[in-house]
Design a protein around this ligand. Structure first.
Ligand SMILES: Cc1ncc(COP(=O)(O)O)c(C=O)c1O
Length: 393
């Protein structure tokens, strides 16, 4: 694991990042607040009609799926393609796991919290994650004020002799770091959020085999609009409770979305196995590598931002050493603790998410790297134009 301080690209003097009026970009505002994965559109456009599926009027009327899964609304084609893709990529063990499908992994987070929370306690169970944590966890945990669970903040400061649920996001959103459990108490239940454990973002170092693992098509292939996520669950009772949660909240998951997702995953696996096709992960990894190289150049040339650096790791999928290329840049504004990086970038018409939302400093911001090319290019131009006092000429 790579700590923030040890892995900064550069550490120099600490200039105050006060924006100058004359350097402000007056063109359009770029919104890089959300991790909207539109950068993969170019690949899917190239695939033409390979992903087309059609539905007749009499298709998919039933609430129920035909499969024999414990998750009674899981389409067997989707189950098959999820297992196939994990086997092709080697990022997770699927044998002997139950699969629970959800309307995005966001819904499955709630289902997992429900399933792992004890029902016989007077106090809600504490839910934690190490800072900087994915900004949705506090909201998802506390939104309904359920009485089953409550957000308890940073896992690093949690008193470990009490029951808890810990979210472990690896690679982490927002900072892209590979993570492990932090509390390590003996009354903990762990939810691994592996949304970004795919080869375009990080080296696949071993097949994950944790008790509860969340995945989403949103970050794997870019089809966030289909709203399909899945959980690999070891324990039958946990899978059953998660399925019950889904039944109560939405009586299952859209079959159209599941079957489209199955087709997309099928094409991704085919692209990895058929040398005549353009390998989706090679394509997306090279896009990410290019974006990160260009971003690092701009940040290096600037004197008051720093970026996280990542170690080289051997990837079992690409069979090569590679650096991580996270979906987000975790940009740190040098200067004092009062330096507000999100405000500074907003003045330059770059919308980002403040470090505060991730339980971290105002000096940090999360910037999505997953936008379309045009937006990414404008973002770099705007970032380049922000000059600190020390590098003005
Ligand atoms: C770590 C992490 N988990 C889960 C999600 C939610 O994904 P979905 O679109 O499947 O709801 C996101 C989305 O940004 C994410 O970053």
């Amino acid at each position: 694991m790579c700590g923030t301080d040890g892995c900064l690209v550069k550490c120099s003097s600490v200039p105050c990042a006060t924006p100058k009026n004359d350097t402000k970009d007056t063109s359009i505002t770029i919104n890089l607040d959300h991790g909207d994965p539109t950068m993969y559109e170019s690949y899917w456009r190239k695939m033409g009609n390979k992903c087309d599926i059609t539905f007749n009027g009499d298709d998919s009327l039933s609430y129920f799926a035909n499969g024999k899964s414990l998750c009674w609304f899981l389409e067997s084609k989707l189950e098959e393609q999820i297992k196939r893709l994990h086997n092709v990529v080697g990022n997770a063990i699927v044998d002997k796991y139950y699969i629970v499908v959800g309307t995005g992994s966001s819904q499955l987070m709630q289902a997992a919290l429900y399933a792992l929370s004890p029902t016989d306690q007077l106090e809600p169970i504490s839910v934690v994650s190490a800072t900087p944590f994915y900004s949705s966890y506090p909201e998802v945990t506390d939104f309904l004020k359920s009485g089953l669970h409550k957000w308890a903040g940073d896992a690093r400061t949690f008193e470990k002799n009490r029951p808890y649920i810990e979210f472990i996001t690896s690679p982490n959103n927002p900072d892209g770091v590979i993570r492990e459990p932090v509390v390590n108490g003996n009354q903990g239940k762990l939810i691994y959020d592996l949304a970004y454990y795919w080869p375009q973002y990080t080296a696949i170092t071993s097949p994950a085999n944790h008790d509860v693992m969340l995945f989403t098509i949103s970050k794997c292939t870019g089809h966030a609009g289909s709203r399909i996520g899945w959980t690999l669950v070891k324990d039958k009772e946990v899978a059953r409770k998660m399925t019950k949660f889904m039944e109560i909240s939405t009586i299952g998951v859209s079959k159209e979305a599941q079957l489209r997702a199955a087709k997309i995953l099928e094409v991704v696996s085919d692209s990895c196995l058929d040398p005549k096709m353009e390998n989706f992960f090679e394509y997306s990894q090279s896009l990410m590598t290019d974006r990160w190289q260009r971003l690092r150049q701009v940040v290096m040339a600037n004197d008051f931002f720093v970026l996280q650096k990542y170690p080289l790791q051997y990837c079992l999928f690409t069979k090569d050493f590679c650096e991580s290329h996270p979906a987000f840049a975790w940009l740190i504004c040098k200067g004092g603790e009062e330096e507000d990086c999100q405000k500074l970038l907003k003045e330059h018409k770059i919308h980002t998410r403040s470090g505060r939302r991730f339980g971290s400093d105002l000096r940090n911001v999360r910037i999505s790297i997953l936008s379309r090319d045009e937006d990414f290019n404008i973002f770099l131009k705007k970032l380049m134009a922000i000059r600190g006092p020390t590098n003005e000429n």
